[in-house]
Design a protein around this ligand. Structure first.
Ligand SMILES: Cc1cc2nc3c(=O)[nH]c(=O)nc-3n(C[C@H](O)[C@H](O)[C@H](O)COP(=O)(O)OP(=O)(O)OC[C@H]3O[C@@H](n4cnc5c(N)ncnc54)[C@H](O)[C@@H]3O)c2cc1C
Length: 496
């Protein structure tokens, strides 16, 4: 019997698990994928939005701005890379300037710190690569860039370390409420009993809600696709550059990533919630839009395209509500952008709902609110909490690690300089990665220019050696994406 069962371990579910793990409660997280952060949390723009976009007075506005404060605190405590680079919204004509002014006023009403409207000269001084056509901009210094999956992972790992039970590969297929007043959450071969159920199911929130009752909202899955460019393009701009938002969303951005690449996108295509494909037509339109802001972006340096699915709803706000018919079931639905930013604030709000309902929140004596990432610092790169290491500091830390264990001196991923020691540490972490991409999410092996072409077999070898998983069972991501089909040699070296 759990006090709280959380369904879904994207950034919303992980934030709830992290914040609940400080209390003396029995908490379980049920996630259908083989790793955390496998839904929309791993495929978005990775911006901690300042908070001038949401309409003043909405829950989204309040949770966005609070989310920025929390993200900075959490990244510091849990060693997650973050950069306080700020963001700009560009205006290209008078109509855009009016829009920028409106965003400024919304920002002031939402209590976004430090925002200002700047003229073209100031905008170009801040970002020399901006197009000559820019006539002004909104400057929001509190916006950040972050590694979204590591943010989610760090919170989930800390929750697990503090006693939360995480069940991966566990899909919820039924929810009932007993006469005794508690919930039974069915996951095929096993079920979980709990006093409260929190649903944090991303684009599938409506499907999960319908296991209990018909939702009174509709989810409109909206795909957004991206270019990820090589680090050679990573300093084309130093801040996140938006255009004026339109009815489809925040528009195409050009932004550095916290790993030093350049990200360009997204578009907004209403469609299938499963369809994470990319298409030439959409990508060409993104390219054209991005070059309106930053004409010299060199798209020949593209290393990857990907897409994420927004859990858009017709409501202009997040839908965070307790079921009236089934009290104790709390739905986090329509967690569209700025959901990554707002997630820990959403968790705070949900926990206040549990407290109001009488759930005793007693802080555990042995609670540990810290974590160390397995990644070694690289000179000049953004590290945990936003720290940038000098060559001397990075070398000292690396040399100390190598002295203790020589595997920290063996490079596995050449593009990102990831060592065997770092991968080994991740494989034995609080949430062991069992797929190639899960290793990538923890240490960045395969994230660079060659996209795993060089290191993938070595990563597989380490998964086999450290976790005892069979070669043929190793997946790129989920079961069904096995990379090897059969053995070509027996152990004695003969054809099999
Ligand atoms: C193109 C795009 C750009 C974006 N850019 C930004 C941005 O820059 N900044 C920002 O703040 N926000 C951004 N967002 C929004 C942000 O990414 C999302 O709001 C956030 O990631 C949602 O997290 P989540 O945990 O609610 O959902 P998800 O990350 O989708 O997690 C839901 C989890 O629930 C699991 N699940 C679902 N059903 C079940 C079930 N029945 N049983 C068990 N598990 C289940 C899924 O497997 C998944 O892991 C963007 C979104 C998109 C698509």
């Amino acid at each position: 019997m759990y006090d709280v069962v959380i369904i879904g371990c994207g950034v919303s579910g992980a934030s709830c698990a992290y914040m609940l793990s400080k209390f003396d409660l029995k908490v379980a997280v049920l996630e259908r994928s083989s790793d955390v952060a496998s839904g929309t949390t791993k495929a978005n723009s990775a911006i901690i939005h300042a908070g001038f976009d949401p309409k003043p007075g909405t829950q989204m506005a309040q949770l966005n701005v609070r989310g920025v404060e929390l993200a900075k605190e959490i990244c510091e405590k849990l060693d997650v890379p973050i950069s306080n680079c700020g963001s700009m919204v560009l205006a290209f004509d008078e109509a855009d300037m009016e829009h920028v002014q409106k965003l400024y006023e919304q920002g002031v009403a939402n209590e976004v710190p430090g925002i200002e409207v700047v003229d073209a000269a100031k905008a170009k001084e801040m970002e020399p690569e901006l197009a000559d056509e820019v006539v002004g901009a909104l400057w929001a210094p509190s916006a950040c860039i972050i590694n979204p999956w590591e943010y989610c992972l760090a919170m989930a790992e800390t929750a697990v370390r503090n006693g939360v039970d995480l069940f991966l590969g566990t899909e919820v297929s039924g929810i009932t409420k007993t006469e005794g007043g508690h919930f039974v959450v069915d996951c095929g071969s096993r079920s979980f009993e709990s006093q409260y159920v929190l649903s944090a199911c991303g684009v599938d929130c409506d499907k999960t809600r319908s296991l209990l009752e018909e939702p009174d909202y509709e989810i409109v899955p909206t795909r957004g696709q991206y270019f990820l460019l090589d680090k050679e393009e990573g300093r084309r701009v130093t801040r996140t550059i938006f255009q004026c938002p339109n009815e489809k969303g925040k528009g195409v951005l050009v932004s550095p990533t916290v790993d030093g690449n350049l990200i360009v996108g997204p578009d907004a295509i209403i469609g299938d919630r499963e369809d994470k494909s990319t298409d030439k037509e959409g990508l060409d339109a993104i390219k054209e839009a991005a070059m309106k802001s930053v004409p010299k972006v060199n798209f020949r340096k593209n290393i990857r395209n990907f897409a994420g699915i927004r859990a858009n709803s017709k409501s202009g706000d997040f839908i965070i509500e307790e079921s009236k018919a089934f009290p104790g079931f709390i739905d986090m639905a329509g967690i569209k952008s700025p959901g990554l930013t707002a997630a820990p604030a959403i968790a705070e709000y949900v926990i206040s709902m549990l407290a109001d309902d009488g759930l005793p929140l007693i802080i555990k004596e042995e609670y540990v609110d810290e974590r160390t990432r397995p990644r070694l610092p690289v000179a000049g790169h953004i590290g945990g909490g936003g720290k940038i290491y000098t060559k001397e500091e990075a070398d000292r830390i690396r040399n100390e690690k190598i002295a203790a264990d020589s595997s920290y001196g063996r490079i596995i991923c050449r593009c990102e300089t990831v060592t065997e020691g770092e991968i080994k540490e991740a494989l034995h972490g609080p949430i062991p990665p069992v797929s190639i991409n899960a290793v990538k999410r923890r240490v960045g092996a395969g994230l660079g220019r060659c996209q795993g072409g060089f290191c993938m077999p070595k990563v597989q070898e380490l998964i086999v050696r450290e976790l005892g998983i069979d070669w043929l069972d190793i997946c790129l991501e989920e079961p069904g994406s096995e990379t090897l089909s059969y053995r070509t040699k027996t152990e004695a070296g003969k054809e099999d």
